[in-house]
Design a protein around this ligand. Sequence first.
Ligand code: PLP
Length: 379
Amino acid sequence: MDKFKSIDTTAIHAGVNNDPTTGAIVPPINLATTFERDPDGEYSRGYIYTRSENPNRDALEQALAALEGADGAIAFGSGMAAVFNILMTLRPGDHVVFPDDAYYQCRVILNDVLGPWGLTHSLADMSRIDKLEAAVRPETKLIWLETPSNPLLKIVDIQAAASLAKAAGALIVCDNTWGSPVLQNPLELGADAVMHSTTKYLAGHHDVLGGAVILNQACPLYDKLRTMQRLGGAVPSPFDCWLTMRGLQTLPLRVRAQAKAAAALAEFLNNRPEVDRVFYPGLADHPNHQIAARQMKDFGGMLSFLVKGGKKEALAVAAGLKLITRATSLGGAHTLLEHRASLEDANTPTPQNLLRMSIGLEAIEDLQADLDQALKAIR
Ligand SMILES: *Cc1c(COP(=O)(O)O)cnc(C)c1O
């Protein structure tokens, strides 16, 4: 793949080859599960069986690798399948460090599934690099970063974490779902692999589930993950791959517009009497604003805020919305708002008065007007 001057071009052209039989500029969807052998029994065209390899999955993997500046990518059927497969490259007795506010389901997998299997873990507030350092043990094999984090928008200094991991002999994997390759490139900052829930910004329309690990083929995880993908079979369907590729074409435009709107709405919310606090790395009072400004091209389309009062007031704001949709997930054209704590367990550290927003592509004025009327109604 040629390297283009801008991610705008890469997002449209990487992995796309015109169909040689028709010239179609949009690739066909290859639904076949099996591919013909040559008369001599060989597979000169490279495809045997679609669990192992599929043209649409190949194309998606090439595009994802190009977007993160790697020479390899391994696509899975969901973000969690990607997480699970990465963790299954480890062995019983190994130790991993995760952020204390890592994506909730990751914490559940560590506690309920991989803990009993023998993987040990520690959680650390990685927005303070000394706390990460204190959590690393001799048997630590992997450090997981999620920055910006969910739902508190904490920022981890990727470069500092990567040099710490290197000294400890551990691999660094960064969940780049919230930043997207448009705003943040962890591999350039020293991470060994990037994980994405492609369900979110990459596919971008709330209509396809997917995940990926993007890493160079020289990384020790690459061969293991490729084997696990082909044999474990948690693969995306050809149509899912095709839809995700379709979404990628507008990724840079979408993410920039969403970041611009999020910054405006963060300011708006920050000045509201009904709001206690706004978590958005673009705000000057965010504790790691400087690090975010250094390692991200913009501050992203996600924000959270604390409604003055408690759970009752937060739920009342959510209930009062007329345009913004009450739903989980993020990264699509629809603006979504979620009372995060009620999706997590009773012991969750997520504040009960926190509302999380994924800013979509509606006009900022309309979103602001909707928040304004919902906030006024709880006064
Ligand atoms: C959604 C999400 C995941 C999980 O991805 P799925 O595609 O839902 O399985 C992991 N990490 C982050 C940060 C996410 O937002």
